[in-house]
Design a protein. Structure first.
Ligand code: FE
Length: 231
């Protein structure tokens, strides 16, 4: 994507997030309670089934890009993935799938990228375990909505069909992921969205973990992030 179009897409997304922050869940100052409640706690993060049944919108289904339509891998040898905590809402045993949406509320997001080794070679057969909040900032802690495991192809590529996550108290928009090389180990991190108005108030946010927004038309976003594994 030409740089000027990318800037427009990012600016549009920034404006949309500002609007969301005004009308949706507010982003409060980070607190340990917001980041470390037990998975059983539902006070700050009710399940979508319990809280959003009447307000769901159907996300448009993005088309998984062909290899030639993907953004090229971005990798600097030796500059590897920053690890972050998994937070309180991880659930083991998510189903194997690339589309984790399950009609959860939110704006459609297609996130693509590559898993690479520290010398920028593709890592085929890496496992990616994604989980995230829906567009209203709620996790499904009783089931597997917005949770899924997939494996990179022979080029190290992955593609995740989902929605743009919402903010919840103390947290800006983010997608959690555990990436495991074929013979281990597992690295855990979180991916963020550039220029979100809530990034500055989230103590976990680091710009190195920003996805690159490659398109955004208000109803669908495509974004890219490569995961470079430590040696
Ligand atoms: Fe989270």
């Amino acid at each position: 994507m030409p740089r000027n179009r990318l800037l427009v897409a990012t600016a549009l997304f920034s404006a949309a997030l500002a609007l969301t922050a005004c009308t949706g869940i507010s982003a409060e100052a980070p607190t340990s309670a917001a980041s470390t409640p037990s998975p059983a706690s539902s006070s700050s993060s009710p399940s979508p089934a319990a809280s959003t049944e009447t307000s769901r919108t159907t996300a448009a289904a993005p088309v998984v890009p062909s290899p030639e339509d993907r953004a090229a891998p971005t990798c600097v040898p030796g500059v590897t993935l920053i690890e972050q905590n998994q937070g309180p809402y991880y659930t083991q045993g998510a189903p194997e799938r690339t589309d984790i949406t399950d009609a959860a509320p939110g704006t459609a997001l297609l996130l693509t990228g590559y898993v690479l080794d520290d010398q920028c070679n593709p890592v085929a057969g890496a496992t990616l375990d994604f989980w995230q909040a829906d567009g209203n900032g709620s996790y499904d802690n009783n089931g597997y909505v917005l949770r899924g495991v997939q494996t990179t192809d022979e080029n190290g590529a992955y593609a995740l069909t989902t929605v743009i996550p919402g903010q919840y108290p103390g947290r800006t928009e983010h997608v959690h992921v555990k990436v495991t090389a074929p013979n281990g180990p597992t690295y855990t991190t979180q991916l963020y969205f550039p220029e979100s108005t809530a990034n500055g108030g989230d103590r976990f946010y680091v710009p190195e973990l920003d996805v690159t927004i490659t398109s955004y038309d208000g109803s669908k976003m495509t974004a890219h992030f490569d995961m470079v594994l430590p040696a």
